[in-house]
Design a protein around this ligand. Sequence first.
Ligand code: 6PG
Length: 486
Amino acid sequence: MTEGRADIALIGLAVMGQNLILNMADHGYTVVAFNRTVSTVDEFLAHAAAGRKNVLGAHSLDAAVELLERPRKVMLMVKAGRPVDDFIELLLPHLEPGDVIIDGGNSHFPDTIRRTRSLEQQGLLYVGTGVSGGEEGARRGPSLMPGGSPEAWPLVKDIFQSIAAKTPDGEPCCDWVGEDGAGHYVKMTHNGIEYGDMQLICEAYQLLREGLGLSVDELQQVFAAWNEGELDSYLIEITAHILGHRDEDGEPLVDKILDAAGQKGTGKWTGISSLDLGVPVTLIAEAVYARSLSAMKDERVAAAQVLTGPDARFDGDRDAFLEDVRQALYAAKIVSYTQGYMLMREAAREHGWHLNYGAIALMWRGGCIIRSAFLGKIEEAFDRTPDLQNLLLDRYFEDVVTRCQPSWRRVVTQAVQLGIPVPALSTALAFYDGYRSARLPANLLQAQRDYFGAHTYERVDRPRGELFHTNWTGTGGKVASSSYNA
Ligand code: 6PG
């Protein structure tokens, strides 16, 4: 291989990095592989990439960069956080203006905004891209959500779109998301929605397991059947597979897994961003808290000895309840995606991004963890109304929620009576009822704020923006506190 002939270098040969290289090589690109622990490069070339002429190893960053055609493209698949900054620092002396650094990790979007600005000031281009789909996705076709320096997009577009998953219509699940941190923001939101979808499935599982007393085998069949209908999705599909998986002793493995959830932080970031932007993304927040509560295993075991509740066994029409749970799950899922899209819309306003919401649905349609038939419906909704304000107001979703609503209410009511926690299913319903309320009790809340803190209020019979303060007790002053909005 002569100098300057490779298309891209990839740094970080953990499983995602290795699989992306093999995927790129399958699509005819020449890729340079580099890893900080250099022996990993040799192992990769000797085994996983053995016999591939278009995968080249490099034993130093200098050597990796030397092999690249100009403008050079270097993709980092290293741990988010400090390692990304460290590699950027190490790369800088070897790069020149116009070269592109790509970060494919789950980086926090403010870091990507900062890095894009800093590298652009130095004449380089930066791409922060979401990569979803796990190991298998990286190898066979991930969903890619690139953002950063717009001038970088034409330089990476062909590679990205050829290695990306394709929708059933053959379109790549990858498009330019927007400037600086937009790609990583959309990936963060994807992960938050992933948390929500997983929590909803877990709530359905617990309702059917404990409420109906279904066996793991019966549950496996239920989820497999659900995957044939409108809930058709990767997460429902793998749930059926998980439920069918036996441990070495022949018992269902799922029963032996400790009920204490882990998390790496992307769901939490989504919740924090929603609080920062003032968008009620309640379902994802509940999904994060549900993981936190599950992780308090020892405390829960102790509390279970002391605190009482109703008997968790349902004694009504079992088939009807099963169908109710399916419909409740679908309706709550619609609310979760509605909230996720509300969040992206507000973030776009805040950061000056021009997000294409239909294109985001298309990017998530295949390859990623939340891929589903349902995302095709979201794409159709944005095709119908490109400036759709809220997914719930699209006629398809409005119809589904109307159809599923009686089931959804029965399930939440039943769960409360059985003492089975359904934080995601119930918060979705509370959001739905709040969102469709022309009048909420915030009039009283404003009166309370004004009462104790002279925070002022607006009146229904006066124009918006006109502020009033009442001397509620007769002892307070006429002076209102300065108003501020968090
Ligand atoms: C993906 C996944 C991936 C990762 C999650 C896991 O899109 O491929 O979301 O990014 O598996 O970050 O997150 P938790 O460890 O927080 O569940």
